[in-house]
Design a binder for this molecule. Sequence first.
Ligand code: PGA
Length: 253
Amino acid sequence: MRRKLAAGNWKMNGLRADLEQLRSLCAAKGGEDTDILICPPALLIAEAAALCRGHSIHIGGQDCHMARSGAHTGDVSAAMLKDAGATAVILGHSERRADRGETNDIVQDKARAAQNAGLMAIICVGESLEERENQATLDVIRQQIAASVPEGVTGDNTVIAYEPCWAIGTGLTASPEQIGEVHDFIRALLEDRFGSDKGQSVRLLYGGSVKPDNASQIFAVPNVDGALVGGASLKASDFLPIIKALDDAAKPS
Ligand code: PGA
């Protein structure tokens, strides 16, 4: 049984005063069956982790360097994230693939660094609008999974987030059919490569304009184990109903 995961990606949003939102999340809490993760900007991780200690809300990074340490001005290593109190890190987000030229190979090296540091890597994949319109979605996903995901994957050290680029921050969401098709495809790829047990244990998140009003519909799709949420994770009042929808989806029917 895979535990559900509600992950929030604050991106480059949030000052120390916004940690108030985390206090509200801690006060309200999620259900027993759902893991909750917030990935604030790196500078807030230590304070956020301290604040959430004992509240079963986990804190993660939004990126890490592939090296453990060294001459990489401005970068943060997986070991540093871990040391600050993070338990996870988002890797290969489409904004980093687009803005920073991160290739599948780079993402794989970073995922390996995360594994070695004991962080759970949330590896993001997803097609552009052009690729979808050219019926290339599954080919793109196959390639991204093959080249971005390292060996040694387990349900504890890896999560895959399917985030169609055209649905991120646009208010457009993939339909349940589109989400289901890609999630089933990713599940089959993981089972093929890592064997049935490990392939079944990796959680698959959907991301792209997940909001309180569409969350239940998305969480009803088979092989959707949760969400990676951008905009709607910034305010506890938006994120809590998404957590609640996931809790409800986790309850045996
Ligand atoms: P969004 O972002 O929920 O604001 O669309 C999702 C993401 O980029 O992870």
